[in-house]
Design a binder for this molecule. Structure first.
Ligand SMILES: [Zn+2]
Length: 109
């Protein structure tokens, strides 16, 4: 499995499913048909699609764990606006939802 390492946490990449690839092909076909893009092969188009990057998150309060798409957090991490994602826990609704790696560091596991 491919992994990306950030300063305080890591993420991993999952392969697109067959149906996701089919959707991309349909999108590509309609963009070619509508002349939105031209002189581009599907392989070239496909290489521009962002990775399915996943982050494992855990709640510091209730220990709820969830795998989430990293795409919502990624721009803030890349701009160095935040050191790691922190969000509302979907279970206890406290602002305590952090990467599992951060959780493990704090609890020294
Ligand atoms: Zn929680």
């Amino acid at each position: 499995m491919r992994k990306y390492n950030y300063l305080f946490f890591s993420t991993y990449v999952v392969d697109l499913t067959e149906s996701q690839i089919e959707e991309l092909k349909a999108e590509f076909d309609s963009m070619i048909r509508l002349d939105v893009i031209h002189d581009v092969t599907f392989e070239e188009f496909f290489s521009t699609v962002p990775d399915n990057e996943i982050i494992s998150m855990r709640c510091l309060r209730c220990k709820h764990r969830l795998e989430l798409s990293f795409s919502v957090y990624k721009p803030f991490i890349e701009n160095k606006e935040i050191a790691f994602p922190i969000d509302y826990c979907p279970k206890c609704r406290m602002m305590q939802f952090v990467p599992n790696d951060v959780y493990n560091k704090l609890f020294r596991k």
